[in-house]
Design a binder for this molecule. Sequence first.
Ligand code: XIL
Length: 501
Amino acid sequence: MNSSPRQRRKIIGTALPAAVLMLVSSAVAVQSVGPAAAAETTLRAAAAKAGLFFGVAASPNRLYPIVGQEFGQLTPENDMKPDRIATSSGGLQNTGGADTLVNHAQSNNMLVRGHTLVWHSQAGALQGASQATLNTFIGNAINRWGSRIAYWDVVNEALEDNNTGRRRNQWPHTMNRDANGDGDFFDAGDTDVIRDSFIRAKQVVQAGGYTTKLCINDYDVEGLTVQGGTPNRKANALYDIVRNYRQYIDCVGFQAHFNDNPNSIITDDLQANIQRFADLGVEVHLSEVDIDDDLSNNDIGAGQAENYRKVVRACLNVAKCTGITVWGISDSESWRSSERGLLFTGGNGSYQKKAAYHAVLDELNKGRGSVTPTTPPVTTAPPTTPPVDPTTPPPTTAPPTTPPTTGCSATVSLNSWTGGFVATVRVTAGTAPISGWTVRLTLPSGTTVTNTWSANASGTSGTVQFSNVNYNGAVSAGQSTEFGFQGTGTATGLTPVCTAS
Ligand code: XIL
């Protein structure tokens, strides 16, 4: 084909059949023309183009070529757990499997998630260890692989089952002490294995100059609600932990083992929950995905491929959802093989793609699309100073100052979808510190609050009131704190009124 560039553009600009277009573009070096770039053919490439990783849990005896071809990230399924590598005094042993996996990842250009340092299960010789011994182990493990581990699950599965919103009451969480008896472990004088393990891990990362990011990981924390619209208290508790210890926590893993347990289903508010964690500034990962295809007892939606599509889309729509990891390659080799929750059938290196695989690839190839923007505050108090015209020279004398605002002000930002929304409310103290606050707002008729976090709510429709909980009432002058609520209906045009105490 010897057409001039101008002719080429013309040919391509007219409506030609797709097959001809492909021929033209493969025969000559045409710059990106046409509506869409060619679709990627592997999960890792499609994900990379969309700006996230797509990974897999792996074991040393299953490092088949597919691992590096399809996946851009690797999590050791069992080989970095304390029962494999920890001694009772926090030293390391039997790191061979873990080393093999890290080396394999490195030579295939894959990120590694270290899994996991502090966990009640598979604790091996560390079972019952003190915080000091856990800290020794945390130091040894992080230092062994340094920046070769992109993400470490520092604390795994800290929260109780059955949507209680409480910490587990078994080791290592039995080391927690609530010094003032206020029901949480967030105060000075409290000991908290979560906080203390993250502080130690952060120290080690900083001292070593590593790029490693530190994650907290859990399951049944994916949606804002669980079955029947009940608030997901476990997710809310995780949110409070991340918010309180944000300075040490870089990332959150939602395990995403979706099945038909009432607390493990895929809810429509998955994206909104990912978004509220992302709004704290952490990366969010769907870290251990498998989706039960048990359609005979199916509470989780419309078929496995569609469910995968929905879950992948929820992540793609949040810019800080930076990775998805499936918990194994094929159904038969999965920890829950009876649920057939993965993307391939087959085994021993010979795998066949399922419908779910094609759905995931297709969704990744669509990219992030119109990533839900972090909505600017919908309503704010009237501006205290008029907008400044950039051409106006700065005044030489101080402009008349608005009287100092004591008390507090509040702004709302919304993340809405058809029929529902999440509102994040920012409470800012005026020129004096406050020790408590109440925000009152009036909801449009037909709108109902279904779930609240980081505040006590009274009322669910009409005029509703939110007041501080024990750990976020005190706000220094000019500083802010946030709470959130979820509702059905619409919530545009809210005017929050803040009163301080
Ligand atoms: C599972 C492994 O897949 C199994 O091989 C092992 O027998 C038990 O642990 N949450 C986690 C993972 O964080 O470590 C678990 O992995 C699955 C649930």
